[in-house]
Write a protein of this length. Structure first.
Length: 471
């Protein structure tokens, strides 16, 4: 359908003001309402993590269906799979000859984390210094607003077809996504897939995500004793479980902090650099903290594996008694490099844990989380359209960058829709603190992301009408 779009690289700045002043004005007028919509979405406590109330996630999905209905979308509905959280679907048919874009975001969010580390209630949005604070403001309810705002900029009738797909389990591993897509695949007919779960290089500088690491998460138990016993009577004869677990976890890295699990894919990243001081500021490192591992910073966060201990079950210090703790549990997360086979990485991590369990202890794995790494094709007509749109909306060229995080379902979309371009873009920036307390969204960048998507709709709909001028 889109073969006629040979190249958009020659689009010059002259066309933009001429063709898109209406969209710019519409987005500027809509931004207060879009900010209000984002605040309303933040108020929905749609935490999908294990142990949280799933009815709150469903209530959020039903609320979004109502929003889509009122916005003029057709067939707004929940898409279900057995036992999981629903996805939200709606669409606006394509005008004759125009392509259809599948616009993805997720409405579920991470748990808020420690309440005393939040400056405000995580589910009560607060606007401060040009940013909106609240859980999900950036990840990924900002993505929802980006998509809906771009449609609204065209008066609710964009020049392309739009299919909305808002997922409800992304933060919990997208376990139901394959089933939802299989059951409802007849609804989805994309020519372009836009994943609104990426982010910008910095405030005011847009970005395309070119690769994402995969993930292998293992939760496991290590036991030394059938029950707790007196530490004075048996300490020094048999190990407690916490000491054994600590020794095991310490084998995951070598002395320099490199991942010590054999057989994993690893490569050096070229191109864009990340200054050490910037990385320290964004991570919030304590004074004197050393780096770990080898290679450039982009390599260590984009194209090399990383392993982290996410959780360790242990008695609180305030409740400790003089006993040998008989059992310990831990959760280990391995981020895998692009090009890594996920099952091979899982087996490598399992094998390492089993072989390095000290003093005759045994590792029993009781939960797994798996997600594939991804490389994205940047030589597509969709990337060209968005590149031109980004330059017009942000006033800056987009950066091509990797991502250390994971969006495992992209491989599912790739398999279902072979040859369909996939873009990963977003509204957040490195100071958004997604997955952390005081998450926030820059509101000016939200407006720019909305405008860029609205312009991209126009470019993809009628590229032959775009005047070609030289820079």
């Amino acid at each position: 359908m889109m073969a006629h779009l040979a190249s958009l690289r020659d689009i010059g700045p002259g066309y933009a003001r001429l063709m898109n002043d209406d969209l710019r004005a519409n987005v500027a007028a809509d931004l207060p309402q879009l900010t209000g919509l984002l605040g309303d979405l933040v108020r929905l406590p749609s935490v999908s993590a294990l142990g949280y109330d799933k009815t709150r996630v469903r209530e959020a999905a039903e609320t979004i269906v109502g929003i889509l209905d009122r916005a003029g979308f057709e067939e707004a509905q929940l898409l279900e799979a057995d036992g999981g959280n629903p996805a939200v679907f709606a669409h606006i048919p394509a005008p004759d000859g125009a392509p259809t874009l599948l616009l993805y975001a997720h409405y579920d969010v991470q748990p808020p984390g420690p309440s005393d580390e939040w400056s405000t209630d995580p589910f009560e949005p607060v606007e401060r210094a040009g940013r909106l604070y609240g859980r999900g403001a950036a990840d990924d309810k900002g993505g929802i607003v980006m998509h809906l705002g771009a449609v609204a900029a065209h008066g609710g009738r964009p020049p392309v077809g739009v299919q909305i797909f808002f997922e409800g389990e992304e933060e919990a591993g997208s376990q139901s996504l394959a089933g939802i897509l299989e059951r409802h695949s007849n609804l989805l007919t994309p020519d372009v897939i836009v994943i609104g779960d990426g982010g910008n290089w910095s405030v005011g500088v847009p970005a395309f995500i070119t690769s994402l690491r995969g993930i292998v998460g293992l939760s496991f138990e290590l036991r030394t004793l059938k029950k707790a016993v007196h530490s004075g009577s048996y300490g020094g004869v048999f190990p407690d479980a916490l000491t054994a677990m600590i020794r095991l976890l310490a084998t995951l890295h070598d002395k320099e902090g490199n991942v010590a699990i054999p057989g994993l894919v690893s490569e050096e990243a070229g191109g864009t650099d990340v200054p050490e001081q910037l990385a320290r500021e964004l991570a919030g490192t304590v004074d004197g903290l050393e780096q770990i591992g080898a290679g450039t910073i982009p390599s260590r966060i984009w194209t090399r594996p990383a392993v982290s201990v996410l959780a360790l079950d242990a008695p609180p210090v305030s409740e400790a008694i003089n006993q040998l703790v008989p059992v310990a549990r831990a959760k280990v997360s391995l981020r895998t490099a692009p090009g890594q086979d996920t099952n091979a990485a899982r087996e490598a991590l399992k094998r390492h844990l089993e072989q390095h369990a000290p003093w005759g202890t045994k590792v029993e794995i009781f939960h797994e989380e798996l997600g594939d790494a991804t490389r994205l094709d940047m030589d597509t007509y969709a990337v060209e359209a968005w590149s031109a749109a980004f330059k017009e909306a942000f006033g800056n060229e987009p950066v091509h960058m990797g991502a250390g995080g994971s969006i495992p379902f992209i491989s599912t979309f790739s398999e279902m829709f072979p040859g369909v371009p996939i873009l990963v873009i977003g509204t957040s920036d490195p100071t958004s603190s997604y997955h952390a307390p005081n998450e926030s969204q820059d509101l000016a960048d939200l407006g720019k992301a909305v405008l860029a998507e609205a312009i991209a709709f126009r470019l993809l709909a009628k590229p032959e009408d775009v005047p070609r001028t030289q820079y």
